[in-house]
Design a protein around this ligand. Structure first.
Ligand SMILES: Nc1ncnc2c1ncn2[C@@H]1O[C@H](COP(=O)(O)OP(=O)(O)OP(=O)(O)O)[C@@H](O)[C@H]1O
Ligand SMILES: [Mg+2]
Length: 763
């Protein structure tokens, strides 16, 4: 049996489609992503297309990785030559090669949101913009929109004529862009904008990629914006050997799942695809393979309330399954408590694993209560999208050192670390150096190298000189042969005294920071080992700049995941809890009271449809009658989306009446639970092997896999997911946990809490 036999006739038609533009417009879970993967495999295997000629664009790096793996499984070779990446990564690779023709150097750095804000703060100060009236974020979002539309600062200024506010935006845009350029830096929107600009101005570069990418595929096409459309259009418009335009472009999407309008996504990219690309073949997939009939019916009932959508009827051969559940709790505390108890019960009774479950919500802030309950009940979890690893201070500091070593032109990076750790270089000195750099039209770092000549610096110059030699020393080390990237962080930490300072601080927070830095080292080592191209510092920084949190989601880990509905796009889970189904939360007040409420509510409804269709087996919807928001108690009705599901399709649960002591709400008291719920907290039977020990809130005792004992002792070899294999040198009983000291050959001695470390004994 060939892999193509597992496809239904319409899917097969899409996979085997010959040349010319192809639009696969289909509902959730109908196999769009799967079709893309199979099509790539088919092109390579059956049509002898060189993997080198294929470009596949996915929405996240994680999706890209998965696609490559799946193609690899099917074809078994060649997948490393396919370009499978996000729009941003694709652009970075193109720019690294050709950006010099539009006046940047190839070692450009990428600014993240924090960098953008810092830079915009400088710009506002410089232009005397009152940030109380026009804050940095709003200016940045105006600029972002302009870049989506490919409007340059000059054009923006022209359009702004006469309008005071628009003129201010124009000035800010122009100054912001000037400073980015001076730092040889690009923000995220620039990555796309500059690639399109490159292709519009450099025919050679465009021809090169048109020739290379004979087959282009784009997943989640409904959420592409204008500049992305232009990029795709340019790339797909190459001529074949007979001088014809083939447009071998295959896009897949679902107009009902377009949820990024606020970020500039243009639904008309998918609705007008046939106009933009003549002779398009359109294929609709209508069979859903993901969800039960009950789930799919409910999703269909909700989405059909949207006007102006392409009509689709999604059906499934899957079983009827359980009805969709809806429970309205008295409070948000009860909601979080019950969801987590239910999860614990499901797992403890051996029905499912933690990683079968996702809790979804409309906004990130809703995760806090859930998180508190999960900790209390010792349920392993991962939150996608809340605290971004790369936004942490210590990580940003180390990255700023790496950037300075890699590209001294990145002014923000240099300014970030010039006095970190403290070197007695104050703000006045930084300002003087900055003025000098502006006057001389040189970078901030270069100005530092001339510190002795900067007027008014005097004694401060003697503090700057050692900093410059430190950086120069590190720079020359990376030029040395056989010097690995891994060593560079050690050198930085050592030469700057950064680590020493943290170690001397000896607090839990400092320990945390050290762990994070170690994690960054892990990332660097992984990059060095797995990079498809020869590893370089720029390559590493680029990879780091482009990771989004969802990329760190690891399905093999046995934990539940929590994320916003937006992050859940494209994913699937057997059990889904969608909480906060209330008017004012979902749909949110912002959309209910928007100037164009109909449109905004429709976007929320699509988001609801995305949420429902993530579930494979069971969908549980929950709401709370009262909820604390920004310190105020709100009383919300159930969401209109609940009312849109006919009653016979939904099982209305009544929340068991429980005594909740409001005065104790915030510290999560245990006493407010009814006995029935407490039962859920106990492991119902012997925990499965491999699970970490249970710490029950009720008894505050360990009920580990060996009921109170660890299955390893001093002298045993154990394995840790990050640090690898090590030897246990000490175990002490702390207040709530065992503190285990392990000597890891690669990472040194670590003190770990047994509950979190998940150490596995190696025989
Ligand atoms: N022909 C098929 N036979 C069996 N399983 C299938 C088939 N087509 C798709 N599936 C399965 O259905 C699920 C949904 O597929 P996929 O994720 O490709 O859908 P999608 O249309 O991309 O969904 P979304 O709109 O959420 O992105 C996956 O688990 C996939 O393996
Ligand atoms: Mg998909």
């Amino acid at each position: 049996m060939s892999i193509y036999d597992t496809l239904n006739p319409e899917q097969k038609r899409a996979v085997l489609h010959d040349k010319g533009p192809l639009l696969i417009l289909a509902g959730a879970g109908s196999g769009k992503t799967r079709v893309l993967t199979h099509r790539i495999a088919y092109l390579i295997e059956e049509r002898d297309v060189n993997p080198w000629n294929i470009l596949a664009i996915t929405f996240t790096n994680k999706a890209a990785r998965e696609m490559r793996e799946r193609v690899d499984n099917i074809v078994g070779y060649g997948s490393e030559n396919i370009w499978v990446s996000t729009f941003h990564s694709t652009c970075v690779r193109i720019l690294r090669r050709f950006i010099e023709s539009i006046g940047y150097s190839r070692s450009f750095t990428i600014y993240d949101t924090d960098d953008q804000k810092t830079l915009m703060r400088e710009v506002c100060k410089f232009l005397n913009i009152d940030t109380k009236k026009m804050n940095e974020r709003s200016i940045l979002s105006v600029i972002s929109r302009a870049k989506d539309e490919m409007i340059s600062p000059e054009e923006f200024a022209l359009q702004a004529q006469g309008d005071y506010q628009q003129t201010k935006y124009a000035q800010a845009y122009s100054e912001y862009q000037k400073r980015l350029k001076a730092s040889n830096a690009l923000d995220f929107d620039d990555l796309l904008y500059k690639t399109v600009e490159l292709f519009q101005t450099n025919k050679e570069a465009l021809l090169y990629y048109q020739n290379r990418f004979r087959y282009i595929m784009v997943d989640e096409y409904q959420d592409t914006n204008n500049v992305q459309f232009q990029l795709i259009h340019l790339l797909a418009s190459g001529l074949n050997e007979y001088g014809e335009r083939e447009y071998n472009l295959c896009v897949v999407g679902d107009d009902d799942q377009s949820i990024y309008k606020f970020r500039g996504a243009n639904i008309y990219n998918i609705l007008n695809f046939e106009k933009a690309f003549p002779n398009t073949t359109v294929i609709k997939l209508e069979q859903n393979y993901r969800s039960t009939k009950s789930i799919l019916n409910a999703a269909n009932e909700v989405i059909c309330n949207n006007q102006g959508r392409k009509d689709k009827t999604l059906w499934t051969e899957n079983e009827e399954g359980e009805p969709v559940q809806f429970t309205q709790y008295e409070t948000d505390f009860e909601e979080a408590d019950s969801i987590t108890s239910e999860i614990q019960h499901l797992v403890n009774t051996g029905k499912i694993n933690y990683n079968d479950i996702a809790i979804l919500y409309r906004t990130n802030a809703q995760s806090r209560l859930l998180e508190e309950k999960l900790i209390l009940k010792n349920i392993p979890y991962k939150i996608i999208g809340s605290v971004n690893f790369y936004s942490r201070k210590e990580i940003k500091d180390i990255l700023a050192y790496l950037k300075t070593i890699d590209n001294g032109l990145d002014n923000l990076a240099v300014k970030r670390i010039i006095n970190v750790p403290r070197r007695g270089i104050g703000l006045t000195t930084v300002d003087r150096v900055n003025d000098y750099a502006l006057q001389q039209n040189i970078s901030f770092y270069e100005a530092l190298t001339r510190a002795q000549y900067i007027p008014g610096l005097e004694r401060s110059a003697s503090k700057i000189i050692p900093f410059v030699s430190l950086i120069e020393g590190l720079k020359s080390r990376i030029q040395q042969e056989g010097y690995s990237l891994r060593e560079i962080i050690d050198d930085i930490l050592d030469a700057t005294g950064y680590l020493r300072e943290l170690e001397e601080e000896n607090s839990e927070e400092a320990q945390d920071r050290i762990e994070n830095i170690n994690e960054l080292v892990n990332k660097l080592v992984t990059y060095e080992e797995n990079s498809l191209e020869p590893p370089t510092l720029s390559g590493f920084l680029e990879e780091v700049a482009l990771v989004s949190d969802i990329d760190n989601l690891n399905e093999e880990m046995n934990h539940i995941v929590l994320m916003t509905l937006h992050s859940a796009k494209g994913l699937e889970f057997p059990y889904v809890y969608l909480c906060g189904m209330e008017e004012g939360i979902f749909p949110g007040y912002m959309s209910i009271f928007a100037d164009n409420p109909v449109e905004e509510i429709e976007e929320e409804r699509r988001l609801c449809y995305v949420g429902f269709t993530r579930a494979m087996k069971r969908l549980s919807l929950t709401a709370a009658k009262q909820r604390m928001i920004r310190g105020e108690t709100q009383y919300n009705k159930p969401s209109r989306f609940i009312n849109e599901i006919p009653r016979y399709m939904i099982k209305m649960n009544t929340a068991s009446p429980r005594k909740v002591q409001f005065s104790k709400m915030s510290n999560d008291s245990i006493s407010d639970k009814s006995p029935g719920i407490l039962d859920f907290d106990k492991p119902a039977s012997k925990p499965q092997a491999g699970y970490r020990p249970y710490y029950t809130a009720e008894t505050k005792q360990f009920e580990g896999t060996k009921m109170g004992t660890l299955d390893y002792g001093v002298g045993d070899s154990v394995k840790h997911v990050k640090f690898g294999v090590g030897i246990v040198t000490d175990i002490t009983k702390g207040g709530k946990d065992y503190e285990v000291t392990v000597d890891f050959p690669k990472f040194g001695i670590k003190k770990l809490l047994s509950t979190f470390a998940n150490l596995i004994k190696i025989d």
